[in-house]
Design a binder for this molecule. Structure first.
Ligand SMILES: Cc1ncc(COP(=O)(O)O)c(C=O)c1O
Length: 397
C-alpha cells in the first residue's frame, strides 16, 4: 500500500475493502491510515506499549560494549539462553524440557512460520480455532496444507470446545493449533477442554501446536496450563513462546520453540538456511529478562488487568457485548448494536474519531460484527478513546 500513497493521502474505504479478505493486509492498511492522523489513539496492534525493563536494556548495552554483539552465535541460540528458557518452562509450566529441546527464533513470528514449514506436508490438514491470528493462515498455506477452522463461541467466552475439535478431525488431520490465551479473543482454554483435547490428540495420533506467547497475562480465576506439561503430551506437542509480550520486547524479536530435540534439530536446519541465528544483542537482553527479577511481569499484568476492566465498562456503556477476557490484552467485542458493519465502523472510528481498532474480519471472514480492541495505551488514553467512540456512534446511530 505504501507505494501507492503520498504522505497525507488517505486510504479510502474501497482500498481497504480490496484487502479486507486478507487479515494481515487489512491490519497493515489500517495502521498506515492511522499513521497519517497525528492524534490517533492506536488500539490496533498487539505490541505492548510498556517499557522494556531497565535491567534488560542494561544487559544489551553491556553486551555491545564488551564486544559480545559481534561474536558468532549458534543457529539454535545462545546455549545460556536456551538453558534459561528450558529451566523456566520446567519450573513455571511443568514441561520436561532440556536445552536441546529449545530453539531461539526471530520472534514468535519466525517460530510459527518455521514450524508450519517443517511439520506440514502438502495435503495435510491442521485444525485452527476461529477467530484467529491470521499470520498462521499464510504459514499453513505456504506449506501446501489446508487450514480447517474450529468454531469458538462468545457464550462460553470463546473456550475451545473439545467436541468441536474432535468433530473437525478427518483422516488427513495432522495437527491441532491451540492459542491460549488467544489473540484476538483473550480466551483461555479451560482445564476441562484442554485435557479432553490432549486425550483426543493421543487417541487420533495428532500433534498439538500450543502458542503460549501470552502465557504470563492470565487473569484469575483463569489459569494457564501448558499442553506439553500434561501427562504423555510432551512427545507430541510443539510449544511456541517468546519475549515480545511477556517483557514488552516486541522490537527485540526474541521467540522460541520448545519440542523434542529431533524436531528442534529439523527446525534449526531450516533456520540455518533462511535467517541464521538471532542477533546476539537481543539474545543477551532476553537472557537478562529470563534470569532476572520477574516482579515486573506481575506489575504489567496488573496494569493490563485494570485497563481491560476500564475498557469493558466503557464498551458496556456503549451497548457493546463481549466474551469475558481472561488473558492477553484484548477485548473482542460485538458492535452489532451500532447498526454499522464492524468493517465500516472501524473506518469511521479512525477517520472521524481518530481511534485505531481492528475489525473482526482481520481475524476471520465471518466476524463481521466484531472489533478487537488492544488495551495498549495508558488509562487516560483509553478513556479518551471511549469518549471519541461514543461521539462517532452518536453521529451515525
Ligand atoms: C498469537 C500470536 N503468536 C505469535 C505472535 C508473534 O509475536 P512476535 O513475533 O512479536 O514474538 C503474535 C503477535 O502478535 C501473536 O499474537
Amino acid at each position: 500500500m505504501s507505494k501507492h500513497h503520498a504522505p497525507g493521502q488517505i486510504v479510502t474505504p474501497d482500498e481497504l475493502r480490496a484487502v479486507a479478505a486478507d487479515g494481515t493486509k487489512l491490519r497493515y492498511a489500517l495502521m498506515e491510515l492511522a499513521g497519517q492522523i497525528p492524534d490517533a489513539i492506536t488500539l490496533g496492534r498487539g505490541d505492548p506499549d510498556l517499557n522494556t525493563p531497565e535491567h534488560v536494556i542494561a544487559a544489551a548495552r553491556a553486551a555491545i560494549l564488551d564486544g559480545r554483539a559481534d561474536l558468532p552465535v549458534p543457529v539454535a541460540g545462545l546455549p545460556a539462553l536456551r538453558e534459561a528458557v528450558a529451566e523456566n518452562l520446567r519450573r513455571d509450566n511443568g514441561i520436561p524440557v532440556q536445552r536441546d529441546d529449545i530453539l531461539i527464533t526471530d520472534g514468535g513470528q519466525e517460530a510459527l512460520y518455521l514450524l508450519m514449514q517443517t511439520l506440514l506436508d502438502p495435503g495435510d490438514e491442521i485444525l485452527v480455532p476461529d477467530p484467529r491470528y491470521t499470520s498462521y493462515d499464510e504459514a499453513i498455506h505456504q506449506a501446501g496444507a489446508r487450514m480447517v477452522l474450529v468454531p469458538t463461541y462468545p457464550e462460553d467466552n470463546f473456550d475451545l470446545r473439545a467436541a468441536e475439535v474432535e468433530a473437525a478431525i478427518t483422516p488427513k488431520t495432522k495437527a491441532i493449533l491451540i492459542i491460549s490465551p488467544s489473540n484476538p479473543t483473550s480466551a483461555v482454554v479451560s482445564r476441562a477442554n484442554l485435557t479432553a483435547i490432549a486425550e483426543i490428540a493421543r487417541r487420533h495420533n495428532l500433534i498439538v501446536i500450543s502458542d503460549e506467547i501470552y502465557e504470563k497475562y492470565v487473569y484469575a480465576p483463569a489459569e494457564q496450563i501448558s499442553v506439553a506439561g500434561l501427562p504423555g503430551m510432551f512427545e507430541r506437542t510443539v510449544t511456541l513462546g517468546g519475549f515480545s509480550k511477556t517483557y514488552a520486547m516486541t522490537g527485540w524479536r526474541v521467540g522460541y520453540v520448545a519440542a523434542p530435540a529431533d524436531f528442534i534439530a529439523a527446525l534449526t536446519a531450516v533456520k540455518a538456511a533462511t535467517t541464521g541465528p538471532l542477533s546476539a544483542v537481543s539474545q543477551y537482553a532476553a537472557l537478562a529478562a529470563a534470569t532476572g527479577p520477574q516482579d515486573v511481569v506481575a506489575e504489567y499484568r496488573e496494569i493490563y488487568r485494570r485497563r481491560i476492566e476500564l475498557m469493558k465498562h466503557g464498551l458496556a456503556d456503549l451497548g457493546f457485548s463481549f466474551g469475558e477476557p481472561q488473558g492477553a490484552f484484548f477485548v473482542y467485542t460485538n458492535a452489532a448494536s451500532s447498526g454499522i458493519p464492524a468493517f465500516e465502523l472501524s473506518y469511521l472510528l479512525l477517520r472521524e474519531g481518530h481511534v485505531l481498532i481492528f475489525p473482526g474480519t482481520a481475524f476471520g471472514e465471518k466476524w463481521v460484527d466484531w472489533l478487537r480492541i488492544s488495551v495498549l495505551q495508558p488509562e487516560d488514553q483509553l478513556a479518551l478513546a471511549l469518549e471519541r467512540m461514543a461521539g462517532v456512534l452518536a453521529r451515525h446511530r
